[in-house]
Design a binder for this molecule. Sequence first.
Ligand code: KG4
Ligand code: ZN
Length: 331
Amino acid sequence: MSINILAIESSCDETSASVCSDGKILSNIIATQAVHEKYGGVVPELASRAHLQNIVPVVHQALDVAAINMQELDAIAFTQAPGLIGSLLVGAQYAKSIALSLNKPLIAVHHMQAHVLANLIGDNIPSFPFLCLTVSGGHTQIVLAHSPLNLEVIGQTIDDAAGEAFDKSAKMLGLPYPGGPLIDKYAAEGNPKAFTFAQPQINNLDFSFSGLKTSVLYFLQKHSEEFKQENRDDLCASIQYTIIQILLKKLDKAVAQTGVKQICLAGGVSANKGLRKALQEMGVKKGWKTFIPPFEYCTDNAGMIAITAYYKYLDNQFEDLGVTPQARAVW
Ligand code: KG4
Ligand code: ZN
């Protein structure tokens, strides 16, 4: 008998549902909310409303693609934290309703744990222990994974996340939100050594991106709009290069401290072509084995919630129907 799990992710501006069977992802449907684009960032109230509109069709599509019907499900999982509270409530409430009506167990999943465990989807997966650099719009962490349910955060940002560093820099360059993918695109045509921006001097495994942000701001204030436009590609390449340097220097330090040489990437910023290439090159140079999940499992998605829920199911980690989502949550 297979273990079939339906998982729902609604922590920010992606409404997603996935069905997995014995840890194999059968479907991963993601509805991205375009409504936020014109506001230059995610508007929480609009995100909650869009989740309400999307959640039923997204869940039905996930079941259809997986060719699994509701009665065949063994558990329902949802993202409990962290995220926008109004968005989390929609996913949590819908998951509870299904669990109640089917009389099936409910599994609550931590979004950041799920980003790490996205690396366990598919056939080419790391063995334990591994290190994971999780880089998203809200988080930047180095996680030491001892086992699927025993993850230790050994470094994290003390201010902005890597994705914010991309998006805020892009905004200063006059690029639309979210600017990360655009910086990636223009950087491919530019010279990463054209301009130099600040890198933090922090001794432990923590990150900081506020100095970089300020240094980009001061640099751009000294130059004209024409300069920005004429040097767009070089500016993007130099900013991206600095962010990648900040990330990989800390990762190198984490490897030296832990002795763990299996390295994974997770979170939306792991879609960045420059970062993927730099990590792979560093892996070859340093003798690391590197893993990067397929793009659809890097940005917010329910597939990663499903795989995490599968391990929680095997460990009998269920919740009662009184469980509530949390905007902020420690591991
Ligand atoms: O993990 P994610 O989808 O959502 C959060 O949980 O935050 O990450 C979104 C972040 C955004 O900041 C976005 O600009 C960034 O990932 N991002 C990228 C790229 N694709 C997405 N940053 C740089 N290069 C990319 N190709
Ligand atoms: Zn995320």
